[in-house]
Write a protein that binds this ligand. Structure first.
Ligand SMILES: [Zn+2]
Length: 73
């Protein structure tokens, strides 16, 4: 299962990456549960690896419950 619920909305790997990146990635891997809690609200954090361009691979982390998100750049 690759679709998950974030802040009450169903997201795909691509739309989850877009939430953090601000632009839709070229490619995205499956969404995974990150082994960490949100620093803002303590909620569950998801991770998704994606390619914003052909030369870059980034992992995004996004809280399921609030606006918090970051990348590993
Ligand atoms: Zn949060």
């Amino acid at each position: 299962m690759s679709n998950r619920v974030v802040q009450g909305r169903m997201v795909t790997p691509e739309t989850l990456a877009e939430l953090v990146e601000g632009e839709r990635p070229m490619e995205a891997e499956d969404i995974e549960d990150a082994d960490r809690d949100c620093p803002d609200c303590g909620g569950d954090v998801l991770s998704v690896g994606y390619m914003p361009s052909v030369t870059e691979f980034v992992t995004a982390y996004k809280c399921q419950d609030c606006d918090w998100g970051e990348t590993d750049r």
